[in-house]
Ligand binder design. Structure first.
Ligand code: PGA
Length: 250
């Protein structure tokens, strides 16, 4: 009942030309693939190009970040209305790189989530513990707090499209993926917290992805666990052939 989502986070990679070349190679490789939803999160300058190239295909497109206000004097920011106007339907919120390098707090993620809801986006909210938190047995507390603050003043009805991505910070870009057991445990904590903050039905319906060093060689084992509803893929989403292999895990 939870259709898996395999999403590519391109971070600060690819010019518009490189993005278009990716789509030209990637779309034929995944044409007709309907087992999983597929989404790409290009950089802001590539968004319109990717949206145009992906129009009518089975690939959805989203932004990697957004402001929460409709418009205003916020130099360098992109508003939800601007993203909606070009046809974006997904948005990534609270990625650990935004938390780490740009001071994004869970309170801000909450503001952004509420803006995403009011614009009809599918929000992909990233949560995950740092290495220090894991080593100090604070994983559960960190996950619960990130989920709970992100969902403040949000009702179950408003988050029918919500997706959570569990991304342990120590597994991102390091080549060392979390084990299936570690991931399943974290997903269970997140689902419990969703039930606590929303309700059981919504918690059961919410897709929880795994992210952190996902590759064609390790994605299938992860996806076999029925509490793991997809993957958020960084490095392995940059090459069309490699990412198509991730999408088509067997
Ligand atoms: P990675 O990145 O797949 O390169 O580890 C994942 C992410 O940051 O979403």
């Amino acid at each position: 009942m939870r259709k898996p989502l395999i999403a590519g986070n391109w971070k600060m990679y690819k010019t518009p030309q490189e993005s278009k070349a990716f789509l030209e190679a990637f779309l034929p490789l995944v044409a007709g693939h309907s087992r999983d939803d597929i989404a790409l999160f290009p950089s802001t300058t590539s968004l319109a190009h990717v949206l145009e190239a992906a129009a009518g295909s089975n690939v959805r497109v989203g932004a990697q970040n957004m402001h929460w206000l409709y418009e205003g004097p916020y130099t360098g920011e992109t508003s939800p209305a601007m993203l909606a106007a070009i046809g974006c339907d997904h948005v990534l919120l609270g990625h650990s790189e935004r938390r780490l390098y740009f001071g994004e707090t869970s309170e801000r993620v909450n503001l952004k989530l509420r803006a995403a809801i009011s614009h009809g986006f599918t929000p992909v909210v990233c949560v995950g513990e740092s290495l220090a938190e894991r080593e100090n047995s604070q994983t559960e507390a960190a996950l619960r707090e990130q989920v709970c603050i992100a969902l403040r003043n949000v009702t179950p009805n408003e988050v029918r499209k919500l997706v959570i991505a569990y991304e342990p910070v120590w597994a991102i870009g390091t080549g060392s993926i979390a084990s299936v057991d570690t991931t399943a445990e974290a997903h269970a904590i997140i689902r419990q917290e969703l039930e606590h903050c929303l309700d059981k039905e919504t918690a059961e319906a919410t897709r929880i992805l795994y992210g952190g060093s996902v590759k064609p060689e390790n994605v299938a084992a992860m996806m076999q666990h029925n509490g793991i509803d997809g993957a958020l893929v960084g490095g392995a989403s940059l090459d069309p052939v490699v990412f198509a292999k991730v999408v088509q895990y067997a």
